[in-house]
Design a protein around this ligand. Structure first.
Ligand code: ZN
Length: 428
């Protein structure tokens, strides 16, 4: 009996000590923290903020205040939800009576009724969105075509052109003057509104519609039956895939290359295309490979069938130019080689940066006469045609990229179009 009593007493004491110890630890040693305080450093016209409290350490209320001079305003006060360690609220400095300029934001975490942990952040209040003055915008652009704008902003900002669900970045040319070349994705509706968006450092945003019309373009459709091409294509498909896909059927192999590899290659091109120089290398029109015949146009919708059944689709995003076998490929304009290597379905590929987001791409080459980093002249030999990658015959696939998106080269071959639509972007 005595033994059992002592045992129970010991257990109770240990449990009490445990509870006390745990509480003391949580109260005095385990301090709660706010994980993403830096969100409060920049306060634009309107901002959604969510603060994460971790470790939670028994915090039950969160109070957020702003102090500016002798003024103190309450931004948020509320319970920390039981299930998540997060509180969300909207900050609108003007509604709170805050002025543009510096402020101190204090976050208080309350727990155990009396305990309070405070965190302070130096904040910048700026409720003025950038003003955009358009110096030049085109009157009309073509589906799959290109355009450019020149704009002056009231303050430094990130400026981009949004069209057909894609964003095209701008480049600062001087002071607060920015230029942006943009492409019109092939599937953009003619009713789509092209927008210019400017976002300042604090997060204030200005959106203005361009008023530029979008002209319909005609794209061809082509059905390609793959039956009978297995012998030539299977080794090609394996070479592109590079791994062991021995157990895949011809159709599965083709789908993998035409869809998965293509997507991956386009991602790589977009990545390269996003790293253009902040200067213009090119001048005059872009040149087409000499004595070449167009064998496939930009925007062509390709449907691949096998024994009459549709197995895959793709969109042709350049011009296919054929001449003699292993024809000389000239650089279309002045620029710097930013890629020279194997690029999946494109085979041996060269990409030349012409600056301010504009690049040209040369695919299915035999090998390279240039390497990454080389400055090239207009007309300089960069390689010779072949059928590397997913090509059925010896030809050059020529592409024009704007911020990594392939647009129709046709316009860039046209001297008059460049003079009337693009040169104004660059003139002061
Ligand atoms: Zn092509």
């Amino acid at each position: 009996m005595q033994g059992i009593k002592r045992f129970i007493r010991t257990v109770v004491i240990l449990a009490l000590l445990g509870v006390i110890g745990f509480t003391v630890y949580n109260v005095f040693f385990l301090k709660p923290k706010v994980e993403n305080l830096q969100q409060l450093e920049k306060l634009p016209k309107k901002k959604e903020v969510s603060l994460i409290v971790s470790p939670r350490a028994y915090v039950d209320r969160v109070v957020v205040k702003a102090l500016q001079g002798s003024r103190e305003v309450l931004i948020f006060e509320g319970k920390l939800p039981k299930t998540v360690n997060e509180v969300s609220f909207t900050v609108e400095p003007k509604k709170l009576g805050l002025k543009d300029g510096e402020a101190r934001v204090v976050v208080e975490l309350r727990r155990f009724f009396l305990l309070k942990d405070s965190f302070e952040v130096k904040a910048l209040v700026d409720t003025q969105p950038p003003r955009v003055h358009l110096i030049y915008a085109p009157y009309v652009v073509l589906q799959g075509g290109s355009g450019g704008i020149r704009a002056k902003l009231s303050e430094p900002a990130r400026l981009f052109v949004e069209v057909g669900g894609r964003k095209f970045r701008s480049y600062k040319v001087k002071g607060n003057v920015y230029i942006a070349l943009f492409g019109v994705p092939v599937d953009t509706s003619t009713r789509d509104v092209i927008k210019v968006v400017a976002v300042d450092d604090v997060g204030n945003r200005t959106v203005i519609p361009l008023g530029t019309g979008i002209k319909r373009n005609r794209f061809q459709s082509l059905r390609i039956e793959l039956r009978g091409k297995e012998k030539v294509m299977i080794p090609k498909l394996h070479a592109i895939l590079g791994g062991d896909y021995e157990d895949l059927s011809f159709v599965e192999l083709f789908k993998k290359v035409n869809e998965d590899v293509r997507r991956e290659n386009e991602r790589k091109i977009a990545e390269i295309g996003g790293n253009s120089a902040n200067q213009r290398f090119w001048r005059g029109r872009f040149i087409q490979m000499k004595n070449s015949k167009v064998i496939s146009r930009y925007g062509e919708k390709r449907t691949y069938t096998y024994r009459g059944k549709v197995i895959s689709r793709s969109r042709h995003m350049g011009y296919d130019l054929a001449s003699v076998k292993n024809a000389r490929v000239p650089a279309a304009n002045y620029g710097v080689v930013v890629f020279a290597g194997d690029l999946g379905i494109y085979g041996n590929t060269v990409i030349i940066d012409h600056g301010y987001g504009l690049m040209t791409l040369y695919a299915h080459l035999a090998d390279f006469k240039v390497k990454e980093g080389d400055a090239v002249r207009k007309g300089q030999t960069i390689g010779y045609t072949d059928m590397t990658g997913l090509a059925f015959g010896d030809h050059l696939h020529f592409g024009v990229l704007i911020d990594g998106y392939e647009v129709t080269p046709l316009e860039w071959w046209d001297r008059k179009w460049i003079r009337t639509r693009i040169e104004p972007v660059f003139s002061e």
